[in-house]
Ligand binder design. Structure first.
Ligand SMILES: C[S@@+](CC[C@H](N)C(=O)[O-])C[C@H]1O[C@@H](n2cnc3c(N)ncnc32)[C@H](O)[C@@H]1O
Length: 272
């Protein structure tokens, strides 16, 4: 089995980069925040929750405000410093999802909001999640729907395909959208010892002030988007951005703004 070394390096470098981590917090997370009410209302346990890949602590804070005893864990110091600034009372731990520093059966529920698709060894991370959960514990995760459904990913991927330089290739990685596909999600989670109880779509979007903002969110607010755009020769980078802006202005116009829909898929599963 491949270890996705190049992908692991891209993700580690990306989330420890000041521009990308701040860009995620200040731009990208406007969309991921929209999944929080669905996550919180899906929790059925009453006690200890782990917010894995907690990033800037948006979900950790919401869970704590809903009365849960919550620990946020993330492998990026930069993201954790945003979390501690946002929610100084929060309990935050630096940890890799593939090797969690918690005892077996420590949590009633593990939440992973837009995190698992960034992890290279997902079977290992899922086995760690199952290990730190109590028997029959709940696992709740979100991921971004792929271009079959997502207007934003249709626009972004098609523009890169049309104008990207042939020499720019993403390192091999697990399928970024596989958990949004119900059959794939069910199969991967079942192999890891979880039963999916419910999977549904959550509407998330950016209300953009300018059509040019979408490419900016991907270049400066996401490790994979940043890699794909910043590796391009200048002329290709400019052509991709122009194509994205043109498609945004045609497809997403909403009054004097542009509503860029990036639907998420939320999974509620239970450890067997
Ligand atoms: C897209 S952000 C999600 C942040 C937040 N949960 C949200 O919903 O907006 C992904 C987070 O996963 C973290 N991450 C990526 N790979 C990780 C790993 N192997 N172990 C722990 N955290 C990881 C990143 O540092 C980043 O903070």
């Amino acid at each position: 089995m491949t270890t996705y070394e190049g992908f692991a390096e891209l993700e580690t470098k990306g989330w420890s980069n000041d521009t990308i981590s701040s860009g995620y917090v200040n731009m990208f997370s406007e969309a991921s925040d929209m999944a929080i009410p669905s996550i919180v209302s899906s929790i059925k346990s009453t006690d200890k929750v782990l917010d894995l890949c907690c990033g800037q602590g948006n979900v950790t804070e919401a869970l704590a405000q809903s009365g849960y005893s919550v620990t946020g864990a993330d492998f990026s110091e930069q993201m954790l410093s945003h979390a501690r600034k946002r929610f100084p009372a929060g309990d935050f731990v630096e940890a890799d999802a593939q090797d969690l520093p918690f005892e077996d059966g420590s949590f009633d529920c593990v939440v992973c909001s837009f995190g698992l698709m960034h992890v290279p060894d997902q079977p290992k991370a899922l086995s760690e999640i199952r290990r730190v959960l109590k028997p029959k514990g709940q696992f709740i995760m979100t991921s971004w729907c792929g271009p079959d459904i997502s207007p934003v990913f249709q626009v972004f991927y098609s523009s890169v395909q049309e104008h990207g330089h042939v020499s720019v290739k993403m390192p091999e990685s697990p399928n970024f959208h596989q958990f949004a596909n119900e059959e794939m999600a069910k199969s991967i989670l079942s192999d890891a010892g979880f039963d999916v109880e419910n999977q549904h779509q959550v509407d998330c979007f950016w209300m953009l002030d300018a059509p040019e903002s979408l490419a900016e969110i991907f270049q400066n607010g996401a490790p994979r988007g940043g890699y794909l755009l910043s590796q391009q020769p200048e002329v290709n980078n400019a052509a991709i951005k122009a194509a994205v802006a043109e498609k945004v202005s045609e497809r997403f116009i909403h009054g004097d703004k542009w509503r860029a829909q990036i639907p998420a898929s939320l999974i509620v599963a239970r450890a067997r």
